[in-house]
Design a protein around this ligand. Structure first.
Ligand SMILES: CC(C)(COP(=O)(O)OP(=O)(O)OC[C@H]1O[C@@H](n2cnc3c(N)ncnc32)[C@H](O)[C@@H]1OP(=O)(O)O)[C@@H](O)C(=O)NCCC(=O)NCCS
Length: 343
């Protein structure tokens, strides 16, 4: 067995009980070369399956020697890791089976944020139970039970231990900044987000794990877990895409290409290509919608879910009657080239 699904060397943090809090993989590999897996077998005792192998300096040097001719960059990384004060782990996933350890989950989140795997392409079942809730500080991950002591120790040394967030997911940019993006407030993008090249995320924008943008986008609204936004689509200020995690129903929301979700608008149905949602209008699966013909006559009343995934639609709320209406989107948005050219 020399084929594997993924392989990576990571530097991690453990709490005082020896439980993993997080793992940083600088160079995760999808479908690694067979020679790398064979090196893990010979140098690290890898026997197949999905495992996180903790390695000491001697094992790491043997591994580096064995992979030198296959991947010199990775070999250099492995040698550098021998100097690490943090625990070092070589995680090998033979398959995309459900994760059973924290290092495995972290590797999958890295694969997404490194753009090696698209949202929904990985098996993330059971991940929440394997992600500890952690204090993410200016000195790295700290176990919540150990936080008061760490804060006191910092103060006694005349320093401040600043807690940036308390969460199961760290901010993506502490692990990877994918090429060609702007992110105004890095705390708004969680590790496991997939941020396409050419995407700008303004301060109000948010991107959850297993979700993101496929290409050029201006994101000033929220991309919930599982939501994928197509190339050339913009999310206006404060807009919302409905997630499926907490009562949002079971329709997976996506946005096609060249769409515009207006400021403070929201969608609870997937959109096709070239769709616009008027500012302030929330279209849910159950919203009753009047379909208008070119003469603005109502031809049919349908539910939001009936229009799921359809292209060239403009959704708006008639400002006189209050009825939600759908017309053909004649002025499909032209991307603001200048806005998008700044990445
Ligand atoms: C829905 C929207 C796309 C319509 O814009 P548009 O296609 O340019 O349409 P216009 O505003 O030119 O209006 C065309 C006509 O429809 C009417 N109209 C527009 N919205 C209407 C509404 N909700 N109810 C009734 N009539 C409406 C206009 O009054 C106008 O009527 P007229 O032909 O008699 O003059 C726009 O209002 C919108 O919400 N854009 C989102 C912008 C945004 O939020 N960007 C993100 C920023 S962060």
């Amino acid at each position: 067995m020399t084929n594997a699904f993924a392989l990576a060397i990571g530097l991690g943090t453990k709490n005082s009980k020896g439980d993993w809090l997080e793992v940083y993989y600088p160079q995760p590999l999808l479908n690694p070369a067979a020679a790398l897996v064979e090196a893990a077998q010979s140098a690290l005792g890898y026997e197949g399956g999905n495992v996180a192998l903790e390695a000491d300096g001697g094992e790491l040097n043997a591994f580096a020697d064995a992979i030198e001719s296959t991947d010199a960059t990775l070999a250099a990384l492995v040698r550098a890791a021998t100097e690490s004060e943090k625990p070092v782990v070589v995680t090998v996933l033979e398959s995309d089976a459900q994760s059973v350890s924290t290092p495995e989950v972290y590797l999958k989140l890295h694969l997404l944020s490194h753009r090696l795997a698209k949202p929904h392409s990985l098996n993330l079942a059971g991940m929440f139970a394997l992600l500890p809730n952690v204090a993410w500080t200016n000195k790295g991950a700290v176990d919540l039970e150990e936080l008061p002591a760490a804060q006191l120790e910092a103060r006694l040394n005349g320093e401040l231990l600043s807690v940036n967030s308390v969460d199961k997911f760290p901010r993506m940019t502490d692990y990877v900044v994918p090429k060609g993006v702007r992110i105004a407030d890095t705390s708004r993008v969680r590790l496991g987000a997939y941020i396409g090249e050419g995407t700008t995320i303004m301060h109000e924008g948010f991107v959850n794990f297993n979700a993101g943008t496929m290409g050029v986008s201006m994101v000033e609204g929220r991309i919930s877990a599982g939501v994928v936004v197509g190339n050339g689509s913009d999310l206006g200020g404060g807009c919302s895409t409905m997630g499926t995690l907490s009562g949002g129903g079971n329709i997976v929301i996506s946005v096609g290409e060249a769409c515009l979700i207006g400021a403070n608008a929201g969608i609870g149905i997937p959109l096709g290509d070239r769709c616009t949602v008027e500012a302030g209008l929330y279209v849910t699966a159950g919203t009753k919608i009047q379909l208008l013909d070119d003469q603005k006559k109502v031809v049919e009343v349908v539910k939001g879910r009936d229009l799921a995934g359809k292209s060239d639609l403009l959704f708006r709320r008639d400002s006189i009657t209050g009825a939600v209406q759908c017309v053909t989107n004649k002025s499909a948005i032209q991307l603001n080239e200048e806005l998008h050219a700044n990445n």
